[in-house]
Design a protein around this ligand. Structure first.
Ligand code: NDP
Length: 336
């Protein structure tokens, strides 16, 4: 099997030298274990945080061991005492950053068999990113019909869904920001965003104020920094912010930190509510999420995109590309 190990903790933007592709023989699956040949796995922004040796809501990756994350693959061998998974089953697991691996059968879920839905969708639109978009908007930002919604990193995996879910549920206006002209056209041309802008074209506050002259009621924050400052500036009284991510800060170092918002007093004056959340606290919402969103995906009302990098040997490039914005929709590594 081939797997990617973290061999040095990145300082700032992750370097290829921080990782190593390691080949090793897999043992036969033991009691309660199965062997899985991956078809695809996810690389995600939160993995950057796990590369630092600091306490967080998920433990840091260990040096000189395979990293992990969500994966979809086929069971190729089962050990003793495995009853509910069989050879040939397609399963979701935590075997990212490798082409094959051994997992405990109880840590795997069978891929739901829904016509018109590719198994890979459970790494993106119908997986953790989809649930993040849905609970962030509905539970944490308390979205209600008629709200005007702004989404940052709007052409990414989570962001591309947030705006579409808001539209399905009666938003009065949905505006997104993204890092290229192509992404901006995709948001307005394909996904039904009412307006979008390229944050690299000029100050975010100016561009946002122009796109939302009547203000915003909900901001879904994937970026932090200048985007959060702009949203606070443009927010209406009693607006809500779902603080989902702060990717502008993920490669910050002690001596080189991206500036944060300078207008925090507006939170008081405007009675804003900024609610941070972690999707893994909302796994009980997964069935309700799938029930609502699966039909939208199956009949094409909600669209999604994947940027697929081929081969476990290119996983680091996929991860670096994700941090640079080379993905439209979900960034995935395809295996085999
Ligand atoms: P995306 O698919 O959105 O990929 C990341 C995107 O971020 C890139 O494509 C890039 O697009 C954008 N980006 C990178 N750097 C910057 C920057 N400095 N300023 C603005 N945009 C930038 O990833 P996900 O959908 O998986 O995640 C989106 C956010 O949600 C992340 O912050 C992530 O950490 C967070 N998240 C939080 C969860 C939670 O439980 N709270 C769960 C899952 C995700 P562009 O070309 O537009 O710059």
């Amino acid at each position: 099997a081939r797997e990617v190990h973290l061999v040095r903790r990145p300082h700032g933007f992750p370097d290829a030298q921080d990782f190593s592709l390691v080949e090793r023989e897999l043992p036969a699956p033991g009691a309660g274990e199965v062997e899985v040949a991956n078809r695809a796995f996810s690389v995600d922004p939160y993995m950057r945080g796990r590369m630092n040796d600091v306490p967080s809501y998920v433990p840091p990756f260990q040096l000189n061991q395979a990293m992990d994350g969500r994966s979809v693959g086929e069971v190729t061998a089962v050990g003793s005492e495995v009853t509910d998974v069989a050879v040939g089953d397609l399963v979701l697991g935590n075997l990212a950053w490798r082409d094959r691996g051994i997992a405990k059968a109880r840590h795997l879920q069978k891929v739901p068999d829904v016509s018109g839905v590719d198994p890979r969708a459970y790494l993106g639109v119908l997986g953790a990113p989809g649930l993040t978009a849905w609970v962030g908007l509905l539970d944490h930002a308390s979205f209600t019909a008629g709200d005007a919604v702004f989404v940052s990193a709007a052409a990414g995996s989570v962001g591309s869904l947030v705006g579409q879910i808001a539209k399905q549920k009666g938003a009065s206006l949905v505006v997104g920001s993204a890092g290229s002209a192509e992404k901006v056209s995709w948001l307005t041309g394909e996904l039904g965003y009412d307006a979008a802008f390229n944050y690299k074209d000029g100050p975010v506050t100016e561009q946002l104020a122009k796109a939302m002259p009547d203000g915003l009621d909900v901001y879904f924050d994937n970026v932090g920094a200048d985007h959060l400052e702009a949203a606070i500036a443009v927010a209406n009284d009693n607006a809500r912010v779902a603080a989902c991510g702060a990717i502008a800060h993920y490669n910050d170092t002690d001596d080189d930190a991206t500036p944060g918002p300078r207008n925090l007093f507006q939170i008081v004056k405007k009675r804003l509510r900024i609610q941070g959340f972690i999707v893994s606290d909302s796994l009980d919402r997964f069935p309700a999420f799938l029930e609502e969103v699966t039909p939208w995906v199956a009949d094409g009302r909600v669209k999604f995109s994947e940027t697929v990098v081929d081969g476990v040997e290119h996983s680091v490039e996929a991860f670096q590309g994700l941090l640079r914005g080379e993905n439209t929709g979900k960034m995935l590594v395809k295996v085999g």
